[in-house]
Structure formats: C-alpha cells, structure tokens
Design a protein around this ligand. Structure first.
Ligand code: IVH
Length: 676
C-alpha cells in the first residue's frame, strides 16, 4: 500500500480523534448523543484502520487505546500528594445543625454557603492529568497511599483520556467516584450466576471489584462510570469556590453529577437531605447519603482538616432500609445454562416503599453460609435499590423443627442429576433438553437486547414449550398461525401479531442473533466484537480459540466458550436452520460490498450546512457509495462538498484548486458515475 504524506494523515487522525472525543463526551457525559452508535463505530473503525497503517502516529490518548493493555502482575503504589480524606458521618438534621454551628464559630460567625452533593456509593479514585493528558489513575487506598490502576481506569468510557479545552492546566488531579448503575449491576450479576461465578453483593462491590482487576480487558467489559466531585493537586489554575470547581470539571469534559446544589444556609441543606432521602429511588445508581461541603475554598483552608477528615465537610447518611420477615419457602429456579438458583419466598414486607415477597439467595454456598431455613425470620436489605438481599437469620426466632435446606441432587424441572463444575459455585442441570432450560433459552432469545420479539414473554414461551411446538429457538420460525390459535388465551389477533413479530425479528442482524443464542460469557458487547471481526455467524462458527483471542477485548475464557458452543452439532444445526428460515446471520455491511460503489477511490470533505442532508447523512451517503470522507482538506481531497456558512475549508480548497460541489452536484456525481 502506498503510504500517504505523513502530515496529511496526521491531520486526518487528529481531526478524527477530536470528533470521536466530542461524541464520547456527548454520549457519556452529556447523555445527549448527536450520532447513532453505528456512525460512532464507523468513526472509531476508520481511526483504527489509519492507526494500524501508520503505527507511528498512535498516541496513548487516542480513543482507540481505551481497551487493551497487558495484565499487570500487581498494582504499584501511588502516594497521594494531597491526601484523600474521608468524611465524618451524621444521621440526623440535628447533627447537621451542630456541624454548621461549629463551622460558623470557627469562622468568626461570617456567613457560610454550602454545596450539597449526592454521596455516590462506589469507589473513590484520583485521576491525574498532566498537560491535559490522563497519566495516572489510582484508588483511594488508605487515603495516603493508593493503588495504580491506570490501565483499568482508562477503559472507563466516561473518564476522558484528555481534558477538553485549548489550555489545560499543567497538573490537575480529579477526584471522583467510580460506580455501576443499578440495572447494569443486575445484568452483570445475572450473567455471573449463569456463568457459575459468585455474584457481587451490591453495585459498590461490583465497581470496586472491577476497578481492582489485574486484567484491564475484563474491566473494559464491566459497565463502569464516573462522577467527578473534586480536585486534588493542581497547578496553573485557581478556584474561588467548590461550585466553581464543579463547573470547571464539567468544562474539562468530566461528568459531574447534575444534582448538586448551592445552599445559602444550613436549613436549605437540611431540606436538600430530606428531599433526596425521598427521591433517591428515582436515580439509576445507588447513593447512600449527601455530602455537604463549605463552598468558599478560602474558608475551607481556614477550617483545615484533622488527620482523618476535613472540618469543612460532612456526610449525611440516609437511613438504611432493612426489614424483618419470615421465609415461607425456598424454591430452586433453573436458568438458561442449567444453573440452579435458590430463591426465598417471603411473607410480604414493606421495605423502602416497595413490597418485597421474594429474595434471591444467589447460590447454594450462600444458602449454607447463611444457613437459611424455611420458617426462619430473616433480616432483609434492598441492595442495588431493587433486588432484596438476605443479610442474615434471626436465630432466636428459628422454629424448633426448621431443617437445613438440602443442596439439590436433581433438577427440579426435569429430574436429571445435577453437576457441580470444579472451581464454580454454580450447580447445573446438565440435561440440554431440560424444559426449564429450554424455556429460559427461548425467553432470552426473544428478549429485548436479542431478537426483541414482542408478545413472547415467559407465559407464552411456557405454553409453546409445553405444547411441544418449540424445542429450540429455530422452531419459532416454523410456527404457523393455525398452531397458535389452538393455544389457550390466543385469539386470531394475538396469534397473527405474534407470527408477525417473529417474522420481523428475522432482520435484527447477526450480533443480536449471536447474543440470543445465549453462549456463556457472550454478552451484547462481545457479540458485536465477534460479528465485527467475522462478519457472519457461519464464519464465526469455524473460528479457533487462537483466531478469537486475537481480537482485542476477547480473552481465553470467552474464546473457549464460543468454540465449545459451536463444537456441538446440535448448536450448529440450530444456526443452519435459522439461516434456512431467513434469519439474517450476516452483516449488511459485507453484503454491501457487492453493490455498486460509484465513488470508490474518491475522498470528500464536507463543510457548511447542506439543504437536505445532515452532516452525518451526507457522510453515510458518500460512504455507502464507496467514497471516503475526511475532516480536513489536503492535496489528497478529490472534492469539497459545500453548504450554507462554509468554514475555512472552502478557502483552503480554493487555494489547492480542489473541485467544489454543492449538494445537487454531489448527487449528480453519484448518478453519473453509477451509470458509468
Ligand atoms: S468528597 C474530603 N463527594 O465518600 C472530601 N466524597 O467518606 C472527601 N463519596 O471516600 C470526598 N460521593 O468515596 C465526596 N460527592 C462526593 C462523594 C464522596 C461519594 C465518597 C468518597 C469518599 C467517601 C467519604
């Protein structure tokens, strides 16, 4: 391949990185993406291609460098030059007022403003930026010395690898909390249970466990996020108030929790605490209280700190919601891959505004550890805000005849023997034809992130399986309306709708089908990675463990799981039949290769607003016709496409004598070239 002028490539790479960073910021920090995931992936892929071709232009702050990194042996120590202090806790409004009285006394009774923030239940980290580049990420540790977890924190998408803005400070340490959203936590735990791994007790443990992994590739697969709430060491910037710190952090591209509030007196602080005690369930992440900070940094400095905590801040902890109730029964559920999960059926009880009538016990190790028995009174807590957790048994209240719960030796659904895989906590039913497993597999296949088949919930699936109409996921595509109409609660309308929904699902694409197959360790992200590399499920079926581990982000365990799955003839047969019934198993992008590519070999630059196409649409139009779109005009540019209010690109194109087209001209060009 002919190498292009290095400067021009560097320019293009830089422009791409700028664009990608902006979209990452819009997506992860602002929650307001301007382009689709597909378009974002296209940008990232183009950058990857260019960097692969010009490795000398790869820089550590490139958005492509988030995933990867070799596992480190152990963590190096990081000494926090500005210590990461902890906070004194309060539990009542009265204690907040005492705190305020102390603060004002020490400041000679001058007026004091406070900033209230939500206290995020995660893991405290410190991010060091030098000249705007993220150079180190560390855990809090004991507050003075933490662990160097830079490669892991680099995989957290909401942590910018580079600060936004033209003139970043020479040194800036950002302090914040890495956390996991409640829904992500539950998904991760469900997956871990299916994989026979011990689940995390709560989102905080999940976040902390994920940051402190030795393999950053695993961290990369965990849905971690950051809220920044302060600064440590800094040079070349000064702030007057904490509110200003939060604003500047936002300007530098860091995610700052939007619910902070400046309060002009302690009564406003108390109201904020009361408000969030009520409202905390609205949040998609766990908060365990409110942090109250003196707003003026000059006042903070005068107040100073004790060895352990600052005198200018305090945390107000929300009351913990716990409740006691009686275990009516312990049931065993069978998951998609045969994992047996014990579940406590409870005397309904009100916790945190919700009636709780069951609790997961995760696995049989947990049942043994708690020694929870039918008839026991247990202490419950809502972890992750949603799933209630059994903290322990109130032994005084145990009925004299309560028996230890036996570890099952047979599957409660099909009666087959169960097996415990060495090294796993899970107990599995190994009968592939187990009807309970089959139901779960089909529910999973039909679920929203997989084939998204409307109307095919657990009850319908149970009916189809029990009637013998569906023995594997491919059978769904053989269903006819006359089969369905014979089922209970199935009229002509609902049967027609279901058939139509199944039909529509055929076009979801290979990544969704692959995820739907329910291969252990293959979640939505891994499915996308695999399909991106192999283009189709049939191609993936032939891959070896070595082929798979070559893909960044795919480790040994995932690779073996995939290879093992496709080594089973019955699984290969399911895929073959899915294809036969018209389910799309190939990327459309590949199919496109066969379409005419009238703009092949031509490079375009866009500037200004086009009358009918957005920038992204115009880009897609050109790319689908086989052309390339780059950000800046160089001698390699074939055409500049110009709209209203063009930028400096127009002038540069004129200087270089590059042909200029308007939107209509572009469309004409495509048409002319398509006709040869
Ligand atoms: S400020 C000296 N702000 O709570 C200031 N901390 O016990 C100390 N935390 O280790 C931190 N949300 O892990 C601060 N908005 C917030 C916070 C927060 C959570 C955690 C942090 C810290 C602990 C303090």
């Amino acid at each position: 391949m002919v190498r292009r002028d290095l400067e021009a490539v560097r320019e293009e790479i830089e422009a791409l990185r700028r664009e990608i960073r902006r979209h990452e910021w819009l997506y992860y920090v602002k929650n307001a993406p301007e382009i689709s995931d597909f378009e974002f992936d296209q940008l990232l892929k183009r950058l990857e291609r260019l960097e692969a071709e010009y490795p000398e232009l790869v820089t550590p702050d490139s958005p492509t460098q988030r995933v990867g990194g070799e596992p480190s042996e152990e963590f190096a120590q990081v000494v926090h030059r500005v210590p990461m202090l902890s906070l004194d806790n309060t539990y009542e409004a009265g204690e907040l007022r005492q705190f305020d009285a102390r603060v004002r006394r020490m400041l000679g009774n001058e007026p004091v403003e406070y900033v209230c923030e939500l206290k995020i239940d995660g893991l405290a980290v410190s991010l060091r930026y030098e000249a705007g580049q993220l150079v180190q990420g560390a855990t809090r540790g004991d507050g003075r010395v933490g662990e160097d977890v830079t490669p892991n924190l680099r995989t957290v998408r909401s942590i910018p690898l580079r600060l936004l803005g033209e003139t970043p400070p020479p040194v800036l340490e950002v302090r914040g909390e890495v956390y996991m959203e409640k829904a992500d936590f539950q998904r991760l735990n469900a997956q871990r249970i299916e994989n026979g791994e011990p689940p995390f007790a709560n989102p905080r443990n999940a976040a902390a466990g994920s940051v402190r992994l030795l393999d950053p590739r695993i961290t990369a697969s965990r849905p971690l996020k950051l809220w920044a709430y302060g600064v440590g060491e800094h040079e070349g910037v000064t702030f007057q108030t904490h509110a200003e710190v939060l604003e500047r952090l936002q300007e530098w591209g860091l995610p700052v929790n939007p619910h902070f509030r400046v309060c002009t007196d302690i009564e406003a602080v108390v109201r904020y605490c009361e408000e969030w005690t009520r409202r905390r369930e609205e949040l998609s992440y766990e908060v365990d209280g409110v942090v109250v900070k003196v707003n003026s940094l000059e006042q903070q400095a005068r107040l100073g700190s004790t060895a352990k905590s600052p005198r200018w801040a305090i945390s107000y902890k929300f009351p913990v919601s716990q409740a006691m109730t009686v275990v009516r029964d312990i049931q065993v559920q069978v998951g998609r891959t045969g994992v047996l999960t014990p579940r406590a059926i409870l005397e309904p009880v009100f916790v945190d505004g919700v009636t709780v009538s069951h609790a997961t016990l995760h696995n049989f190790d947990e049942v043994q550890r708690l020694d929870v028995r039918v008839g026991d009174t247990v202490l419950l807590q809502r972890a992750g805000g949603v799933i209630p957790q059994v903290l322990g048994v109130v032994l005084d209240k145990r009925p004299p005849d309560a028996q230890p719960f036996p570890i099952p030796s047979r599957c409660p659904s099909c009666g087959s023997e169960v097996a415990r895989v060495p090294g796993e906590v899970a107990i599995r039913c190994v009968n592939l034809a187990c009807p309970a497993q089959l139901r779960r597999r089909i529910e999973h296949f039909a679920s929203r992130d997989a084939m998204d088949i409307e109307g095919l919930g657990p009850n319908r699936v149970a009916q189809l399986v029990d009637a013998g109409l569906v023995r594997d996921v491919a059978d769904l595509y053989t269903l006819r309306q006359e089969d369905l109409i014979r089922l209970e609660r199935m009229g002509p309308d609902s049967s027609r709708n279901l058939i139509q929904a199944i039909e529509e699902s055929k076009t979801r694409g290979p990544a969704r089908v692959l995820f739907g197959l329910g291969i252990p360790l293959v979640g939505t992200t891994v499915s996308q990675l695999l399909v991106q590399r192999f283009g189709s499920i049939p191609a993936l079926m032939e891959a070896s463990v070595d082929d798979l581990t070559e893909i960044p982000g795919i480790g040994e365990a995932v690779a073996s799981s995939v290879v093992q799955f496709f080594s089973r003839p019955e699984n290969r047969e399911i895929v073959r039949r899915l294809g036969e019934y018209g389910v799309r198993l190939e990327e459309v992008a590949r199919a496109k290769e066969e379409r005419p590519r009238p703009l092949a070999g031509l490079t375009f630059v866009l500037t200004g607003e086009l009358p009918h196409y957005t920038r992204a649409e115009a880009r897609r139009l050109i790319e689908e016709a086989g052309g390339r779109v780059t950000e800046s005009v160089s001698r390699r540019t074939d055409y500049l496409v110009v709209g209203e209010n063009p930028g400096s690109k127009l002038q540069r194109a004129r200087q270089l004598g590059i042909p200029i087209l308007d939107e209509a001209g572009l469309l004409r060009l495509i048409e002319e070239r398509a006709q040869g």
